[in-house]
Design a protein around this ligand. Structure first.
Ligand SMILES: [Zn+2]
Length: 275
């Protein structure tokens, strides 16, 4: 599943190719995504210029003159760019559901085999969209501070791992990053949220920022792959400390990594390094 770093990498890979460009046409081959694509999308977008591309949580936001496209990659979605200069635009495959064609020949293509993603047209203020308005802070923003995290966790008795994965508290900390940041901070995923100290919150915030920043940097090396490629290589694997390493030796102490289910998601942790 595309996580926040992959979405940020997608934004950085796609934005320079479409910002300032004008839509010539839109081809919707399959509009039944998680929510239906607006039936008039081609009429709406034709002749409109891309003013800016951005991101909120795992939503890409492409701003046009009269509104915006909110794009979520769901479980299996990806975006790719075809540039006119190379004269090579692959014939659309079975899962290439939407093409946005720009007047210079550039094509932005949405691909999503499982169709859990979304391409939504919205004419209001982004922060007011029902999918965006209840989201917590961005993990890489100043607002996501140790003080903020401590204040939130103090009010919760559930396992701290569940709190970190709660989008209303902080966005973009999916299962991988929750597991890895708890390991880096030496905190057991089972620990009740209100038993995490303020000093540990500072460690957690720093760990989350560090892990996401490194993942985004790793993605940066694959930026060129968004153009004229199979669209798959924009995703990347990092070397993890605990995630997916059940029974393998902890990279810090050698003890086997343990696995448990917390809130229906797998928690990986070291019983020696995390308390
Ligand atoms: Zn260990």
């Amino acid at each position: 599943m595309p996580e926040l770093p992959e979405v940020e990498t997608t934004l950085r890979g796609v934005a320079p190719h479409i910002e300032g460009k004008t839509v010539a046409d839109v081809c919707v081959r399959q509009g039944k995504l998680r929510w239906p694509v607006h039936p008039d999308l081609p009429e709406i977008l034709r002749g409109q210029r891309v003013e800016e591309c951005g991101r909120r949580a795992k939503y890409l936001i492409i701003r046009f003159q009269t509104g915006m496209l909110l794009i979520h990659l769901g479980m299996s979605g990806s975006l790719r760019i075809f540039t006119a200069g190379d004269g090579r635009i692959d014939a659309p495959g079975k899962h290439d559901h939407i093409d946005v064609v720009f007047s210079d020949g550039t094509v932005l293509r949405y691909h999503d085999p499982r169709r859990f993603g979304a391409v939504l047209w919205y004419e209001g203020i982004a922060e007011h969209h029902p999918l965006l308005q209840k989201l917590g802070h961005e993990p890489l923003s100043e607002a996501f501070s140790a003080e903020y995290l401590y204040a939130c966790l103090q009010k919760q008795k559930k396992a701290v791992k569940l709190s970190l994965m709660d989008n209303a508290l902080v966005v973009g900390v999916g299962n991988i990053y929750a597991n890895e940041s708890l390991f880096a901070a030496g905190i057991s995923p089972h620990r009740p949220a209100n038993c995490v100290s303020e000093a540990e919150c500072a460690l957690l915030v720093a760990s989350i920022r560090n892990i996401l920043t490194r993942a985004i940097a790793a993605g940066g090396s694959t930026l060129r792959d968004f153009v004229n490629s199979d669209g798959k290589s924009g995703y990347f694997q990092q070397e993890y400390f605990v995630y997916g390493r059940h029974q393998q030796p902890c990279r810090q102490c050698g003890r086997p990594v343990e696995k448990a289910v917390i809130g229906q998601r797998s928690a990986f942790y070291c019983g020696g390094c995390q308390t």
